[in-house]
Design a protein around this ligand. Structure first.
Ligand code: BGC
Length: 252
């Protein structure tokens, strides 16, 4: 029987957040729990917190409720392959096994942007959209999800596309805006414009969805961009990782 509820847990640089998700609506069934990411975010330290979050909710969930976890890196068949903005000890760690062992039940591990993209496609800004949808999350790094007719092509790392001789996320992520003290206007015209132009010229998407905390301020920068592709803010904001992790776990 198809699952109606799943637990999603989203590992970020500053917080690890989880909530049970109603898979019909993409809404949280209980308020989310957030615990600070440990300063040394090693696999063992992070697994302890993921276990603590799961413990908070599993008693109220069906015994077979799927559990999905996100991480800000490439995840190939349960193994973490990159760690651009997390502890380097994650590289080649068997993340899915580490979490499944810590929780004593199976978990699915996915890239954070992939989860957010699935959430926006099923419940948010790209709901019902056919063709190629590209979600970009602008945060500490740039995460990308590619979905073609609703089907995810996982681990697309075009946040690291070389643009004007630089790794794009070092110039166009919202962390670069903060670090360099750029105005929305400067950031949009000198950083986002070349980045999105490069993406649309290479991939010819039908829709861009812009996520990450800064998407709340999208009215300050999206109208400044000149693109042939429609570009819209994400709707699920910081819930997208949790919701997408839960949805992908239920598909697994
Ligand atoms: C990582 C991606 C991740 C993104 C957002 C990038 O630096 O390479 O895997 O999705 O940051 O966290």
């Amino acid at each position: 029987m198809a699952h109606t509820v799943a637990l999603g847990i989203d590992i970020g640089g500053s917080g690890i957040k989880g909530a049970p998700v109603d898979l019909a609506t993409g809404e949280f069934l209980q308020p989310r729990l957030k615990i600070a990411t440990p300063a040394e975010s090693t696999p063992a330290a992070v697994a302890r917190i993921v276990d603590q979050i799961a413990d908070e909710f599993t008693d109220d969930l069906p015994k077979d409720a799927p559990i999905g976890v996100t991480i800000p890196g490439v995840v190939q068949h349960g193994v973490v392959r990159t760690a651009a903005n997390i502890d380097k000890s994650w590289i080649d760690a068997e993340g899915e096994k580490i979490f499944s062992d810590a929780l004593g039940r199976r978990c699915l591990l996915v890239n954070d942007a992939d989860a957010a993209g699935v959430a926006e496609q099923r419940y948010g800004a790209a709901k019902g959209r056919q063709g190629l949808v590209i979600l970009t999350t602008l945060g500490t790094g740039i995460g990308i999800a590619l979905l073609n007719n609703g089907v995810l092509i996982p681990n697309c790392e075009l946040g690291h596309l070389e643009v004007d001789g630089h790794d794009a996320e070092t110039r166009a992520a919202s962390s670069a805006k903060e670090r360099e003290g750029l105005s929305y206007n400067e950031w949009a015209t000198t950083r986002l414009q070349p980045y999105y132009t490069a993406l649309e010229n290479l991939l010819w998407p039908d829709l861009f969805v812009v996520g990450g905390g800064v998407s709340r301020k999208s009215a300050k920068f999206l109208p400044l961009l000149h693109l042939r592709t429609p570009i819209v803010p994400a709707l699920l904001e910081n819930q997208a990782g949790i919701v997408g992790a839960a949805a992908l776990a239920a598909d697994d």
